[in-house]
Design a protein around this ligand. Structure first.
Ligand SMILES: [Zn+2]
Length: 201
């Protein structure tokens, strides 16, 4: 009896899902729904899987819009993007090729774009690394030639443990948001990222 109720609930959830997601392709099957939190949906677009709940749909649509503005080759490393509730002061996290965004809709639009592109910068670096197409020391050389910091955040990471990956993510984000400022203030980073994006593939 309990199983029958469970199956009916699962079927009901499945069809509810179809209703609220009629503008996107719902990939969940009943079997998948059993394994995830009820009310979690998936869509796939250009090889990236998006994992979200009903309340994340606004964030999802913003992210899909901003992704459209990036060239295909820099998005190849993005396997999944997850949407989650607020997590202290963390806006986004990238692990390998999986990005998680926290309370994304709460930020203003320019910050949203920066958060997303910063995380894509990490997945892009990871993907270049994976296909052996990335000489990160060369990037660090360019940072040193610029002779400045790109943000307080990356400055703290470089000073703490000589970590330049946040610098790269910020420069990548700036390249796609404020290319002229990057070119003017951080000339060597600009040239390096441009050559990566348009010559490496
Ligand atoms: Zn980062």
């Amino acid at each position: 009896m309990r199983e029958i109720i469970y199956i009916i609930t699962a079927i009901a959830m499945y069809f509810c899902g179809l209703n609220v997601n009629n503008e996107v392709i719902l990939q969940s099957s009943i079997q998948q729904i059993e394994n995830v939190e009820l009310g979690t949906f998936f869509i796939s677009k250009n090889g990236t899987k998006f994992v979200f709940r009903e309340k994340d749909k606004k964030s999802l649509n913003i992210v899909l819009d901003y992704l459209d503005d990036l060239p295909v080759q820099v998005k190849q490393g993005v396997k999944e993007i997850h949407f989650e509730d607020k997590n202290e002061n963390i806006a986004g996290v990238t692990k390998g090729n999986v990005i998680t965004l926290y309370d994304y809709a709460a930020y203003n639009s320019s910050t949203q774009r920066h958060i997303l592109y910063h995380e894509i910068g990490h997945t892009y670096a990871n993907e270049l690394n994976r296909v052996n197409n990335f000489n990160f020391d060369q990037y660090i050389e360019n940072v040193k030639n610029d002779g400045n910091y790109i943000s307080d955040y990356s400055k703290s990471k470089i000073k703490e443990n000589n970590n330049y990956s946040e610098d790269f993510a910020d420069a990548f984000s700036m390249y796609f948001r404020e290319k002229n400022i990057l070119r003017r203030k951080h000339k060597n980073r600009h040239e390096y990222i441009e050559s990566l994006v348009y010559e490496s593939y």
